[in-house]
Design a protein around this ligand. Structure first.
Ligand SMILES: Nc1ncnc2c1ncn2[C@@H]1O[C@H](COP(=O)(O)OP(=O)(O)OP(=O)(O)O)[C@@H](O)[C@H]1O
Length: 239
């Protein structure tokens, strides 16, 4: 098992109950997507799993390392691609990747990363001069620099043109093929349907459905995940 979450609660200082006892597990090499409306608790979950936030209550472990006690270990095996990746704007693509690589004991081969993410023609380009899609690729390369076992992708295709989106889907498939566990948050249900082995729908801090996209689609008798998701939201009284 790659990720295990049991009865996880997060209550922020202002008493907002962002997570109210969620439980799920992710197998190694799976693509697992967290879905749900704005404010449901997806980012809070990812932040806890990446040791940015402490859980209020509950058991969380990543490849057997408990959070928050073993966060030093967790940070070594998890790569994070945040929504707003801040690369070093005046450094080249290559130097950005090299910098992130220098943070880890265990490293990926930088030339291989550049190759996988199709960044060869931009290695000497400054980060600030890249388009959004290529910045996203650099973000992924940097997240992979420490040869992680698990990668978190937070809404990775926002703002990308259709072709770049498809390219990113291919990258996710490549990660999966190489045995990396991928945790994805997305509002694009076509993306979740195509890429995910399993999805969890979070609503108001609780997981209201968990299963394969097909299971959710057949429960609501819909031919795609977006329609099934919308039917689920309607059944929950969401406008
Ligand atoms: N630092 C914080 N302090 C207080 N409340 C917070 C904080 N961060 C998030 N929240 C609240 O926690 C709840 C869950 O937020 P979260 O960002 O996890 O949702 P999300 O599912 O990622 O939403 P989105 O799809 O909009 O990114 C929301 O009610 C949000 O307002």
């Amino acid at each position: 098992m790659s990720i295990e979450v049991e009865d996880l609660w997060k209550i922020y200082k202002n008493r907002v109950e962002a997570l109210r006892g969620i439980s799920f597990s992710v197998n190694s090499g799976e693509v697992f997507s967290l879905l749900g409306p704005n404010g449901a608790g997806k980012t809070t979950t990812v932040k806890i799993l990446s040791c940015v936030l402490k859980p209020t209550k509950g058991k969380v472990s990543v490849l057997g390392f408990n959070i928050p006690e073993m966060c030093n270990e967790v940070r070594k095996i998890v790569g994070i691609v945040p929504q707003e990746f801040q690369g070093f704007s005046d450094l080249t693509v290559e130097d950005n990747i090299k910098y992130f690589s220098s943070l880890y004991d265990k490293k990926s081969d930088i030339d291989e990363l550049i190759d996988i993410l199709d960044l060869k023609k931009y290695v000497k380009t400054k980060f600030k001069q890249l388009s959004g899609g290529y910045k996203r690729r650099v973000a992924i390369a940097c997240a992979l620099a420490g040869d992680p076992k698990i990668v978190y992708l937070d809404e990775p295709t926002v703002g990308l043109d259709p072709k770049s989106r498809r390219n990113l889907w291919d990258i996710v498939r490549d990660l999966k093929r190489s045995g990396i566990t991928v945790l994805l948050t997305t509002h694009y249900l076509d993306e979740a349907e195509i890429l995910s082995d399993k999805v969890a729908v979070i609503y108001d801090g609780r997981i209201v459905r968990i299963g394969t996209p097909k299971e959710l689609m057949s429960e609501f008798n819909k031919s795609n995940l977006e329609e099934a998701y919308l039917a689920l939201m309607e059944s929950l009284g969401e406008q």
